[in-house]
Design a protein around this ligand. Structure first.
Ligand code: FAD
Ligand code: SIN
Length: 523
């Protein structure tokens, strides 16, 4: 028996939960999360959330900073929308019980990060995301219209394709009727029908070997929409965070927040030399793509495994007070950041592109919205300004909620959807077929489609991934659905989209840098 809801929300980060809370006043809501509600990229966010708060900051300055970072690919309307609506959404977060640090005069203690011309980052110590996630979960759990479905994995969205009709990427009348969802506790794929569906499945960091993202960031939503023939864009713009703690055996890589460079942290070679001024006049406060490429270059030139981030010159008590979690984490691996330099390396961190949406968060598939990291709203363009993503998720989820409730009473649930058919499938006998392919995907993406790219590397990556694609599709068709095989399939789809879009771009722009076309084409 299918379950029916007015609103289906796939994902329990800031995008999904803030949307769910807003639409829940207008109908029944299911929030599906593949692990626990709290295991999200959102909960890992450290630096904070950007919003213009006080003089001398202005919307125009924040808009300008965002456009400069976006390198000619931003949609100005999306940029204006997010930045001018940010203060209202910050108020909403406060009303939901989120707390941000204040100074002794009771004003918000605003940080400044790379690429920002003013102090405008609200934060809760160095674990802002965990605080936001906590507040949202406490609201969700108390809401009578919201059904929380943890440990439920969305396998695919349901469209006309599942009614035996052919759908094509250029069709503008593809409909979303809900999703097939694997209930992990009973191992069965169930049908969830909904009038509208929100895709808020987050990022793709796990497609790479080294990432700051938790293991859930496998690009599932993007892969599902791609398979359903929805429009995906800007996938070549993958942001690598310059400073994650060097520790190859730990996944995800622990983030050393950019706020540490804003605080005065200095990047140094292993021999102690400062090097960022060799690359950019802004030194350590240059935008993160420039810093990440500079570190990548230093590591390749010198054959070193890491560079250092140094805050030893700062007041030790202040450092501990500003960065309590980083202090604790580093101490646990024998690094006292008030006395020792921190070994850091770049790691895959954020995807600027994704499911193309309009200003209301609508995807190209009818009754399917997408917001948060899986969506491409036009805010970030070719490069994201630090701390602009949490606020983007809030603003676009708000817009999507307002849009979705307007038409909810006119949409009918489609009752003719067949149940998931797994006749003739069996459990794969050898899990090594999945685990080894997964490693290969991550290696291919990290070695060939990382911070610096080239034609030959991209071609090689494409050819290798194609083999994995064929093998995995054939395994998937014959297998009972499991999260592991779906993850592999989704990562291959996402890797393919990144490579395909990177190969198309015959220039270097924003986060996409290729040695074969080092210059930017004229805008
Ligand atoms: P997420 O918070 O990742 O939530 C995704 C949800 O989807 C999860 O609940 C997951 O379980 C669920 N899901 C995924 N696939 C499926 C599936 N198939 N079925 C069911 N459920 C599924 N941004 C800032 O603005 N400021 C910062 O300071 C900042 N710091 C960061 C630090 C780190 C270490 C990281 C990793 C990111 C940081 N970011 C920051 C980026 C920001 O955290 C994310 O872009 C944002 O939280 C994404 O929110 P989201 O709701 O889109 O996705
Ligand atoms: C950080 O704290 O450096 C991450 C900020 C971000 O990704 O926006």
């Amino acid at each position: 028996m299918a379950q029916e809801f007015d609103f289906l929300v796939i994902g329990s980060g800031i995008a999904g939960l803030s949307y769910a809370l807003k639409v829940a006043e207008y109908g029944t809501v299911a929030v599906v999360s593949k692990t626990e509600l709290k295991e999200t990229n959102t909960a890992y966010a450290q630096g904070g959330i950007a919003s213009v708060m006080y003089d001398p900051d202005t919307f125009e300055k924040h808009i300008e900073d965002t456009l400069i970072a976006g390198d000619g690919v931003c949609n100005i309307e999306a940029v204006r929308k997010v930045i001018t609506e940010a203060p209202e959404q910050i108020n909403q977060l406060l009303n939901w019980g989120t707390s941000f640090d204040k100074d002794s005069e009771g004003q918000f203690d605003l940080h400044r990060e790379g690429g920002h011309s003013e102090h405008r980052i609200l934060h809760h110590k160095d674990n802002t995301g965990a605080e936001i996630q906590r507040a949202l979960i406490s609201q969700i759990k108390n809401h009578p219209s919201i059904t929380v479905m943890e440990h439920n994995f969305a396998v695919d969205i349901i469209t006309q394709h599942h009614l035996g009709k052919v759908t094509e990427p250029w069709m503008r009348d593809i409909q979303c009727y809900g999703a097939y969802v694997l209930n992990k506790e009973i191992g069965k794929v169930e049908t969830i029908l909904a009038k509208t569906t929100m895709m808020s499945t987050g990022g793709i960091g796990s497609v790479y070997q080294t990432t700051t993202n938790p293991l859930i960031a496998t690009g599932d939503g993007i892969a599902m929409v791609f398979r359903a023939k929805g429009i995906i864009e800007n996938m070549e713009f993958v942001q690598f965070h310059p400073t994650s703690l060097y520790n190859l055996s730990v996944r995800p890589s622990f983030l050393i927040t950019e706020a540490m460079r804003g605080y005065g942290g200095i990047l140094r070679r292993i021999n102690g030399e400062e090097f960022m001024h060799d690359y950019d006049s802004r030194g350590c406060l240059a935008p993160r793509d420039i810093v990440a490429r500079a570190i990548d270059n230093e590591l390749k030139l010198r054959g070193d495994e890491y560079v250092y981030l140094d805050v030893r010159h700062k007041d030790a008590e202040e450092t501990k007070q500003h960065f309590p979690n980083i202090y604790k984490k580093c101490l646990s691996v024998g690094i006292d950041i008030t006395k020792d330099m921190i070994p850091v390396v770049p790691a895959a961190h954020y995807l600027c592109g994704g499911i193309k949406v309009d200003l209301n968060g609508r995807s190209s598939i009818n009754n399917l919205y997408a917001t948060g990291e899986c969506a491409s709203t036009g805010l970030h363009g070719a490069n994201r300004l630090a701390s602009n993503s949490l606020i983007e998720a809030l603003v676009f989820s708000d817009a999507a909620a307002k849009d979705a409730v307007k038409s909810i009473d006119k949409i009918e649930i489609n009752k003719r959807i067949p149940t998931w058919n797994d006749e003739g499938t069996s459990h794969p006998e050898e899990m090594i077929l999945i685990t080894q392919s997964n490693k290969e995907v991550q290696q291919i993406m990290s070695k060939y489609v990382g911070i610096v790219r080239s034609n030959i590397r991209l071609d090689r990556a494409y050819d290798r991934l194609e083999v994995l694609y064929r093998e995995t599709e054939s395994l998937f068709q014959g297998s009972k659905v499991s999260e592991k095989i779906c993850h592999l399939r989704n990562k291959i789809n996402v890797g393919y989209l990144i490579i395909k879009m990177a190969r198309k771009r015959k220039e270097s722009r924003g986060l996409h840098y290729t040695i074969d076309f080092p210059d930017k084409l004229k805008d």
